[in-house]
Design a protein around this ligand. Sequence first.
Ligand code: C5P
Length: 237
Amino acid sequence: MSDRVAAIVPAAGRGERLGPGTPKALRLLGGVPLLVHAVRNLAAARQVDLVVVAAPPDQVTEVRALLRDHHAGAALHVVAGGPTRIESVRAALAALPDEVAIVLVHDAARPLAPVELVDAVVARVRAGADAVVPGVQVTDTVKRVEGEVVVETVDRRPLRAIQTPQGFRRTVLEQAHLAALATGGDADVTDDGALVERAGHPVVVVPGAEEAFKVTRPLDLVLAEAVLQRRRAGGVR
Ligand code: C5P
């Protein structure tokens, strides 16, 4: 049986929390769009055979040209994304060739996720997990709040902040998306792991990586620039 690996990159979000302007995936980090960093890191993982990008629907041609011009380095498809992240992932899933058996889903907004993390997630799926998500410990104290009043302080020890790339057996991810589509209840879902969990499959957590943080707010871009400079100074991409 074929066990080729495809990585889906949802990149169709506006990224309004980062400020107005260009879609987030196309904002520059070290002079290169976030999306190009993300695709290069995935392509650098030996186990990834194909990358499928879900682009902003009105910028599919531009994104194709951009990835070609930057030699993003993988076998690459670009499809039109949807109005939500989950719909963007679904559009990319529909474009996968038959021989793909393992699917990674990785946010364009996590441009610095280390190649080692990509490899670790694929390895865990190959070792038999249906669904794998990277998680890091929560460092802030977490409270549940109603209005302006604290109603509970949550024990943070068992909590994990979940990152991407997330890895799935393709059939499991497709079933989870179909189930969510049938019930129409995916409006509040922010990652694919949650869909698989709702569909009743176990989701395994592997150690995440600090550098896989998501670029959401302006300060995240400042941090990402610093990390990139340190990597470049150290001779790493
Ligand atoms: O907005 P947020 O940072 O949670 O987005 C996570 C990822 O999902 C980003 O890479 C973004 O481009 C992508 N996305 C998408 N389609 C949407 C909304 C978000 O591909 N409609």
